[in-house]
Design a protein around this ligand. Structure first.
Ligand code: C5P
Length: 397
């Protein structure tokens, strides 16, 4: 069966050299059975002819040219209503800025503003334009509004600069479209709370104790849960990761901050604690920067942080599902089994620090899922794929 049979997709094409890649994307979508309606900006037509898209999609390509035979003014609203997904590839800095501000001064931006379907933006532009704080702020605004992004790649750009800004490959965009349109909505109506990243335990205004957690696993869980229809709150320690589309994010620094944020979301149906919480914090936090005293040894007294997972596990209400993570350098399964019981969790995801393809910072993970029923050892997979397996198992508990 064709993957996207009968699905209605609007493909916006804006004026950049990568517009030719949109032709590949249009072709792949049409071959997968989608009804693709292409809207081109005036500048896009300088790069690729509308006829290319009309031939590939089998549909009239909407452009900004004045066309007496086309009932555009009514049609664009109808198209906005019919669309199941609105993709813009390539998206220039200009169209991203217009979308972020609600400017509707051409066919594409007008239809975008009228559409309330899922939206996906694939930026492509010069590195300087992409990295400009204004563009980054606009992208963040769109993300906050629930717009999905396919990040541009790094490489040699048409302007001969090298850096981030190349349109993602059509295959990657196609895959994301399939994910968005074909994702099961089995978490619809559920509230999911995810914690992610490290914590920072301050010694003074300058220094802190932390760990190597990148937050990637927790962000993947939050992203997949949101895509599967959940209302997701993500409590994030200090990490530099973009907020997944449609996710409410609460940034925290210390374990105590994280504890407060979690306590105020105890009503969640599923709580997944991927965060690498600092077990201890300095007993006191100096008001001013700690100065050298001339001594060769310095002693810092540490006090225990609250165990947030244990608190959540022991305050669980009937029907609520709690999942923790465990990372160990030895006796992984045995230690993780102990945590399952001690913290009253329904599942512990045990991931080794020493195994190839697992651990901090990488995009893959090797995990064993521990529940009362036993241990399920999983092969190496992407953190996104693992996020899906975890959510599947939690739903079945
Ligand atoms: O005991 P350990 O730190 O190995 O347990 C890891 C699990 O417990 C993770 O899910 C982590 O988020 C959670 N945890 C916590 N609060 C702490 C320490 C760990 O919620 N203070």
């Amino acid at each position: 069966m064709k993957q996207l049979e009968g699905r209605t997709i609007v493909l916006g094409v804006t004026g950049g050299i990568a517009a030719y890649k949109a032709a590949y994307l249009c072709s792949a979508l049409a071959k997968a059975g989608a009804q693709v309606h292409v809207i081109m900006t005036r500048n896009a037509m300088e790069f690729v002819a509308p006829l290319t898209f009309e031939t590939l999609s089998g549909q009239k390509c909407v452009t900004d040219t004045f066309d007496r035979n086309f009932q555009w003014n009514v049609e664009h609203v109808a198209l906005a209503k019919r669309a199941e997904l609105f993709v813009v590839a390539p998206a220039t800095a200009n169209i991203i800025a217009k979308f972020a501000c609600g400017i509707a001064d051409d066919m594409l931006s007008t239809t975008w503003l009228a559409a309330s379907c899922k939206k996906l933006v694939c930026p492509a532009m010069n590195t300087g334009m992409y990295e400009n704080p204004v563009t980054q702020r606009n992208i963040e605004t769109l993300r906050d509004l629930g717009v999905e992004m396919v990040e541009p790649g790094v490489g040699r750009l048409a302007c001969a600069d090298t850096g981030r800004g190349r349109l993602a490959e059509p295959e990657e965009i196609f895959e994301r479209i399939c994910e968005l349109l074909c994702a099961k909505q089995d978490l619809a109506g559920k509230r999911v709370l995810v914690t992610a990243g490290p914590t920072q335990e301050a010694l003074d205004p300058v220094r802190y104790i932390t760990n190597h957690s990148s937050g990637k696993m927790g962000f993947a869980v939050a992203r997949r849960a949101a895509q599967r229809g959940a209302k997701v709150t993500l409590v994030a320690g200090p990490v530099s990761l973009p907020t997944p589309a449609g996710v409410e994010r609460i940034d925290v620094k210390s374990a105590l901050d994280m504890f407060e944020a979690v306590k105020s979301h105890m009503e969640s149906d599923i709580i997944i604690k991927t965060a690498a919480v600092g077990d201890f914090r300095p007993e006191t936090q100096a008001q001013d920067k700690i100065k050298k005293t001339g001594e060769d040894v310095m002693t810092v007294r540490l006090v225990k942080n609250p165990d947030i997972l244990q608190y959540v596990g022991s305050h669980k209400r009937p029907g609520q599902v709690v999942c923790g993570f465990s990372m160990e350098t030895r006796d992984l399964i045995e230690n993780s089994g102990k945590k399952l019981r001690a913290k009253h969790a329904d599942m512990i995801v045990a991931n080794s620090l020493t195994e190839q393809g697992a651990g901090f910072g990488v995009d893959t993970n090797v995990a064993t899922l521990l529940t009362e029923q036993g241990a399920e050892q999983l092969p190496m997979m992407s953190k996104e794929a693992l996020a899906d397996v975890i959510l599947d198992r939690l739903l079945s508990l």
